[in-house]
Each structure stands twice: as structure tokens, then as C-alpha cells.
Design a protein around this ligand. Sequence first.
Ligand SMILES: *[C@@H]1O[C@H](CO)[C@@H](O)[C@H](O)[C@H]1NC(C)=O
Ligand SMILES: *[C@@H]1O[C@H](CO)[C@@H](O)[C@H](O)[C@H]1NC(C)=O
Ligand SMILES: *[C@@H]1O[C@H](CO)[C@@H](O)[C@H](O)[C@H]1NC(C)=O
Length: 159
Amino acid sequence: MLGLFVLLSILVGSTYQYEVTSFYDLISKTRNWTHCCNDPFVPQHILDQAEHNTNLCFERFPNNLLCFDHCWMRLFGILDRRERFVKSALLEYLGKDVVLGDENDWKKNVTERFVSECLAELTNSTGFCNSDSRRMGVCYWKKMFEACPVELNGGTCNF
Ligand SMILES: *[C@@H]1O[C@H](CO)[C@@H](O)[C@H](O)[C@H]1NC(C)=O
Ligand SMILES: *[C@@H]1O[C@H](CO)[C@@H](O)[C@H](O)[C@H]1NC(C)=O
Ligand SMILES: *[C@@H]1O[C@H](CO)[C@@H](O)[C@H](O)[C@H]1NC(C)=O
């Protein structure tokens, strides 16, 4: 009996606990990135879809970050049949005409460049739960938060 408890506590103790550990977690789970950049990025309908995706994918993959992220990106319809990113689909969410702000807004100047730079850093692996979804999200949001003007808390976020 004691042996069983020891075994159980080892199993429970080593179970992955969900933590916010990356820029992407901020975006996909807490939705609160005000301390990294206090600026609205995308229209409400995209945030609503993000929340929907978060709830669904967290239910499906509570303990697997790579699968969670992949699921999340997939529900946005930005991956092809082989699970690789489709740039034109991605720009429907992050294109300069989609991100919020007037025409001189800082985000409009950088978003498409960051998308291209981050796509170029991917492994282009195929198959579900490959690491490119996480890589893409972290890459893009890290660049965004670094480019965010200081008066909007830009460049202050530490992880
Ligand atoms: C977001 O985070 C900031 C700083 O951590 C906090 O002050 C604010 O209350 C949070 N907002 C929401 C809506 O949770
Ligand atoms: C856009 O980026 C270019 C090159 O990085 C820079 O010269 C220009 O000042 C930027 N424009 C705005 C509005 O930030
Ligand atoms: C992945 O594809 C992008 C184009 O979307 C390319 O720039 C990049 O070099 C590719 N990466 C690898 C490792 O092949």
C-alpha cells in the first residue's frame, strides 16, 4: 500500500503542470500582455477565435505544449494539409491591413516583415504536434514586444 502511494506521488509529482513560460503562452492563454506591450494588436473577432481555440485545445492537450500550440494554429486554418504554415493565411490575421492602428502605427510597419522572418526560421516539419507552431508564435510575439514603443511598455518583458 505504501509502495502504491509512493508510486502515485512520483507520477503526480512529475506530471507536467501548465505554466505561462513563453511569450506565446501570454497570447494564447492569459491574453494579457499589457506588461509586455500595452497596445491592442488585432480586432476583437480574432481575440474571440483565439479564446475559442485556447479552450478547445487546452481541453484536448492539457499537458502537451507542442500539441496545444499546433492545435491552436490549426484551428485558425493557417496550416496546410501537411501541417506547414501558409503565409497568405497567416497574413489574414497578422497582415498590416489587419493589425490595429492608423496608417502610421508602429505595428503596421513591422508585422509582415516579422511574419516573413519567423517563417524563414521554421523547420517546416510535417505532422501533428511538430514544433513549428510554438516556434512561430514565440518568434513573432518576441519580435513584436521588442519592437513595441517604450511608452507602451515595449522591450520591458522578461521571461
Ligand atoms: C493584466 O496584467 C497586468 C500586469 O500584470 C495587470 O495589472 C492587469 O490587471 C491584468 N489585466 C487583466 C485584464 O487581467
Ligand atoms: C518603418 O520602418 C522603416 C525601416 O525600418 C523606418 O525607416 C520608418 O521610420 C518606419 N516608419 C514608422 C512609421 O515607424
Ligand atoms: C522553411 O520554409 C521557409 C519558407 O516558408 C524557408 O524560408 C525556410 O528556409 C525553410 N526552412 C528549412 C529548414 O527548410
